[in-house]
Design a protein around this ligand. Structure first.
Ligand code: SAM
Ligand code: SF4
Length: 328
């Protein structure tokens, strides 16, 4: 099994299947053209599947497919279908910016209907275009959410990264969305993983501020956690009409319960979003390592998982990889 030296069991894997993205969100990807990894450096679908099988054998129960923008990589739907067939995996989920969902939601439903999370940071089309630095992104993403619901994908979650002065005036508007539509809304605190290095503590809209904004308008009741490693604080509306979640890694860190491991598109294991050190599994995969060798390597990497993200420490160092290259 995968267990780190602090006794945490690892059963969630996030696979970033590509470093490419068609958006340039202000809190994530640089607007400057970046050099993408060469194709030969990206793990192939077969390589990702092999790692996934070995990791499922070591106790991974849930895989989230992310990126960059995962729906941009050809073959991703078939990949998801094949992940669904891995023995021991209980859950396959997808995080997407939603831009391609109008064309792909039905195929995804046929591929085993992964749980889908779509990022949508404003209910105002012009503002959303400024956040994503992509024209007409709002219309496409809203159509994507509709397509996911029509294709029967459930639950559909919407992630909102709040940045003070940008979209914190829309908290109640998002709560209304959660009440109006069959959508689970989750607010995410802004983390120092942006390419522009603009993150400042003052820009973080905390969990408390979010609850304080919604509660007087729509009273909230906290929902007890299902499992210790659940990252979102969940609240239902007291009148029973929907729920919202808050992921608060900055103001209420959950590192003590972290159960995650990440694989980047270029085959690096990351034991924390904020890891300064990576474990390069690609040379093993490509140079004849057995499944046993891979398992031993991954167990050793996990044993070195960081105690905490250290965002709140005075000597915190932002990792050189930004979110688009890690996979959120
Ligand atoms: N492109 C897809 C998307 O946007 O959903 C998947 C990859 S994206 C990196 C995964 C999640 O990370 C998104 O929900 C995004 O909002 C979130 N994210 C990106 N940068 C972040 C940051 N600096 N702080 C907090 N969340 C961030
Ligand atoms: Fe792309 Fe997602 Fe990052 Fe936005 S948050 S730039 S959509 S990877």
């Amino acid at each position: 099994m995968l267990r780190d030296k602090f006794g945490r069991e690892i059963h969630d894997l996030r696979i970033s299947v590509t470093d490419r993205c068609n958006f340039s969100c202000v809190y994530c990807k640089s607007a400057d053209p970046k050099n993408y990894f060469p194709h030969r450096d990206l793990l192939t679908w077969e390589e990702f599947l092999r790692l996934s099988r070995v990791l499922a054998g070591l106790g991974i129960r849930k895989i989230r497919v992310t990126g960059g923008e995962p729906l941009l990589r050809e073959g991703v739907v078939d990949f998801i279908a094949r992940l669904r067939q891995i023995d021991g995996l209980e859950d396959v989920a997808l995080t997407t910016n939603g831009y391609l969902l109008p064309e792909m939601a039905r195929e995804l439903a046929r591929a085993g209907a992964p749980r889908v999370t779509v990022s949508l940071d404003s209910t105002n089309p012009e503002k959303f275009a400024r956040i994503t630095r992509t024209p007409r992104s709002y219309e496409k993403v809203m159509a994507g959410i509709d397509a996911a619901l029509e294709a029967g994908l459930r639950p559909v979650k919407v992630n909102i990264v709040l940045v003070r002065g940008f979209n914190d005036d829309e908290i109640v508007e998002f709560a209304c969305l959660a009440r109006r539509r069959d959508i689970v809304v989750r607010f995410i605190e802004f983390m120092p993983l942006d390419a522009d290095h603009a993150w400042k503590r003052e820009l973080v809209v905390t969990a408390k501020e979010i609850v304080d904004a919604i509660h007087p308008v729509f009273p909230l009741e906290e929902i007890p956690r299902h499992s210790a490693s659940e990252t979102a604080l969940r609240y239902r509306f007291a009148d029973g009409q929907g729920e919202v979640g808050i992921v608060a890694p900055v103001s209420i860190p959950f590192c003590g319960q972290c159960s995650r491991l990440r694989v980047t598109a270029d085959g690096k294991l990351r034991t924390c979003l904020f890891s300064l050190r990576e474990h390069d599994v690609r040379p093993l995969v490509r140079n004849g390592a057995t499944d046993g060798d891979l398992a031993a390597f991954m167990k050793e990497a996990v044993s070195q998982k960081e105690r905490s993200h250290r965002i709140n420490e005075p000597d915190f160092v932002q990792p050189s990889r930004t979110m688009v290259y890690i996979g959120g």
